[in-house]
Design a protein around this ligand. Structure first.
Ligand SMILES: [Zn+2]
Ligand SMILES: [Zn+2]
Length: 383
């Protein structure tokens, strides 16, 4: 095993949720033993994603408490397991952490790892692929759900699954790494939905509902792809200036118009070519589907409530040759797509740094408050 540091009984600070809806609590946890297909990563930064909050509140209750979450990590490789199939990585490399996947199912083999049939189990259940967790509260027998998205980046040190690690490409400056931490989830989801799934033509129109991290990175992708008409919609006026700065040709507060469907149809000569919903609100999704142009396609990215239903008139869909797609993680193949997005950021075409604010790891509660209050789009903690 290629190691320079110990890989057993590692004590590390970690933000732990003890019960649904309880605040994150800073704890010391102990990681028992690195497995041979894992890498020991010293976390430098972690983005905070809405999915972390979903699991903190217990809205999706499949990861037992206590749990250490976090899935937008950026860090340094400190040890590489002897069976980790990562000849491209060496100790000391900086990595961005993304989704985990099995490499074996038909979707993984077909370069769609975001649709891995084992994705839910590998990401959300708080255990390794073999069902174990490495983490206990220090000095106790209390197991902690860990390995969230294969990484649990709300701990300073982590045993990370081999497929999660994406090497930071050449030419990326160290000072930009905090702004790139969220490549592995939020950014690839937004940009990938537009670039990999919808593929809008320059002479087309697109509307994006919900101007958080995912919506704004979708907007940036539409901009760097040269889309002529880019419409951003939200219910908060304070989100509009940044959307404009990032390339929106129009911004609309949907609370300030009587009929958003008619309003956007009027703006786009009868219907919009592409649409992305990042809100997950069923009424917004229905409106989105009703404003599509002939051959228009809409994408669902925001997570709706479990069991939510929408009404679609299939005849209108047929006569309009319309499409409606579900999209996970922007259909990203992280080892290829994340370096591509990093290069766009370096060249000023994907300015995700404008979304970020960096907080000391001890200030995670402040970061969560600022996110809730709309004072920051992408909070990033610094370990
Ligand atoms: Zn798979
Ligand atoms: Zn996420």
């Amino acid at each position: 095993m290629a190691t320079e540091v110990q890989t057993t009984n590692i004590n590390t600070p970690a933000w732990v949720v003890h019960k649904a809806k309880e605040d994150f609590k800073l704890e010391e946890i102990t990681l028992d033993e690195m497995q041979d297909h894992e890498l020991l990563i010293e976390m430098l930064y972690s983005g905070i994603c809405h999915t972390d909050i979903v699991f903190q509140t217990g809205a999706l209750n499949i990861c037992p408490y206590p749990a250490c979450l976090g899935h937008e990590g950026a860090g340094i490789v400190r040890a590489i397991g002897s069976n980790a199939n990562r000849p491209d990585l060496k100790i000391g490399d900086k990595v961005l952490l993304s989704i985990n996947y099995c490499k074996e199912c038909k979707f993984c083999k077909d370069d769609h790892p975001a649709d891995c049939i084992h994705g839910t189990r590998l990401h959300l259940t708080g255990v390794r692929p073999d069902g174990t967790t490495a983490a206990k509260l220090k000095g106790t027998d209390t197991s902690v759900s860990f390995h969230f998205f294969g990484q649990s980046s709300f701990a300073k040190w982590s045993f990370v699954q081999e497929m999660c690690c994406v090497k930071v490409p050449e030419g990326v400056k160290d000072e930009d790494i905090p702004f790139l931490a969220a490549m592995g989830c939020g950014y690839q989801t937004g940009a990938g939905t537009v670039e990999n799934i919808l593929k809008p033509e320059p002479d087309s129109s697109i509307v994006i509902f919900g101007l958080g991290t995912v919506g704004l990175t979708a907007l940036m992708a539409a901009k760097y792809m040269g889309v002529k008409r880019i419409i951003g919609v939200d219910i908060f006026d304070h989100k509009m200036p940044l959307a404009k700065e990032l390339g929106a040709t129009d911004t609309i507060n949907s609370k300030s118009v009587d009929d958003i469907v008619k309003h956007i149809k009027d703006l786009t000569d009868g219907g919009v070519d592409y649409a992305v919903d990042c809100t997950g609100v069923p009424a917004v999704i229905e409106n989105m589907l009703n404003m599509l142009a002939m051959r228009g396609t809409a994408a669902t990215v925001g997570v709706p409530p479990t069991g939510a239903k929408i009404n679609i008139d299939p005849l209108v869909f047929l006569l309009g040759s319309r499409g409606y797609k579900g999209c996970r993680e922007g259909d990203s193949n992280p080892p290829v797509y994340i370096p591509h997005l990093c290069r766009l950021q370096r060249d000023g075409k994907f300015p995700v740094e404008k979304l970020c604010r960096v907080y000391d790891y001890k200030d995670i509660e402040q970061a969560l408050h600022d996110l809730h209050d709309g004072k920051v789009t992408k909070p990033v903690i610094k370990w």
